[in-house]
Design a protein around this ligand. Structure first.
Ligand SMILES: Cc1ncc(C[n+]2csc(CCOP(=O)(O)OP(=O)(O)O)c2C)c(N)n1
Ligand code: SF4
Ligand SMILES: [Mg+2]
Length: 324
């Protein structure tokens, strides 16, 4: 991501972890994992400079299966972990991964606010319509009236549209891939990692175990590529306001397509917005020169190396003044 990426020469296999994979046979997650490995190899990402953070759920297990740094985090909090890592170490290649249940229910606030921040990382949302790990309850992406084999009754709430939400929340790169189309998904991951700013990639991920509605057959002829349709997703840095608005309107119109036609590919890339680190560097130039990960805070025995006296002194004054 950005210019910081440290490079090495490895094949996709080198990014596979030596772990037993317990995803169901035929699950779309396998395709996403393959695409991630291939994309990492294409980008020549250094494994010790790459970190994958997972939410909870079947999708949240992804970090275990990749031979890079990673953390299996908390329900709905994956973007907070990922943002913290990127802020502490801007040279790190950061990917956050989560399910549609994780990211659009308890994690919805983080989803929206991560877009407005525009920090340089990639968020991949596995959309299978259900809470796979907990046996198939409806996720927020399932539509009103829909009922999978794992549900006793149909959904009685409106669904959420991840692409539309990402577009209006300020994500500056927004795309959709399909788990069984590994080559196209690999290209999308590569492009997302090359984008400077926050990238959102929704992946349509069949869950053969619990979702008998959105199957390989259902997606069959419905999926089409935006790039094959003459669609223009790019907003260059100096684009005038009217043209910017037109592209956002078109992105939202395409995001609303779901039925006989389901678009995949890049909906939006907006290069007209500043990314968070350049904004932050404007306020605190020292952060750009010396990010937190380069600051020595303890000695070898773990004792702090930071002189806390000035901080205590400030607090003493504040405490004294609050009493007057
Ligand atoms: C605080 C908290 N509440 C509830 C759970 C239980 N839980 C585990 S997985 C899951 C849903 C996962 O669904 P989704 O994010 O769509 O992931 P998928 O399994 O479909 O990949 C829930 C609610 C949890 N792990 N933590
Ligand atoms: S329950 Fe569904 S999402 Fe989870 S591993 Fe099985 S097929 Fe995949
Ligand atoms: Mg899910």
């Amino acid at each position: 991501m950005g210019d910081d990426t440290l490079k090495t020469t490895l094949s996709a296999k080198h990014y596979q972890a030596d772990q037993i994979n317990d995803w169901c046979a035929g699950c779309g997650d396998h395709g996403i994992l393959r695409a991630l490995e291939k994309a990492m190899a294409k980008l020549e990402l250094a494994r010790d400079q790459t970190a994958v953070f997972g939410g909870i759920g079947c999708s949240g297990k992804t970090p275990y299966y990749l031979n890079v740094g990673g953390v299996h985090t908390l329900h709905g909090r994956v973007l907070s972990f990922a943002a913290g890592a990127k802020l502490a170490n801007p040279a790190l290649n950061v990917i956050a991964i989560g399910g549609d249940g994780d990211g659009l229910s308890i994690g919805a606030g983080h989803f929206v606010n991560s877009g407005r921040r525009n920090l340089d990382l990639l968020y991949i949302l596995f959309n299978n319509g259900v809470y796979g790990l907990t046996k198939g309850q409806a996720a927020p992406t399932l539509r009103i009236g829909e009922k999978t084999r794992s549900m006793p009754r149909c959904v009685i709430q409106q669904h959420m549209n991840p692409i539309a939400l990402a577009v209006i929340s300020g994500y500056t790169w927004v795309a959709r891939g399909y788990a069984y189309d590994v080559p196209a998904l690999t290209d999308l991951v590569v492009a997302a990692m090359q984008h400077r700013g926050i990238a959102f990639l929704e992946v349509l991920q069949p869950c053969p175990k619990y979702n008998d509605l959105h199957t390989k057959d259902w997606y069959g002829d419905r999926l089409y590529k935006l790039s094959d349709d003459g669609y223009q997703a790019l907003i260059a840095a100096e684009t005038d306001a009217a043209s910017v608005q037109q592209i956002y309107n078109e992105a939202l119109a395409r995001a609303a397509q779901w039925g006989e036609l389901v678009p995949t590919g890049l909906f939006l890339q907006d290069l007209s917005k500043p990314d968070f680190r350049s904004q932050l560097a404007g306020l605190q130039p020292g952060i750009a020169r010396r990010p937190p990960c380069q600051c020595v805070v303890t000695d070898d025995s773990g004792r702090t190396q930071i002189d806390l006296e000035p901080l205590f002194e400030t607090l003493r004054i504040a405490a004294d003044s609050s009493q007057t």
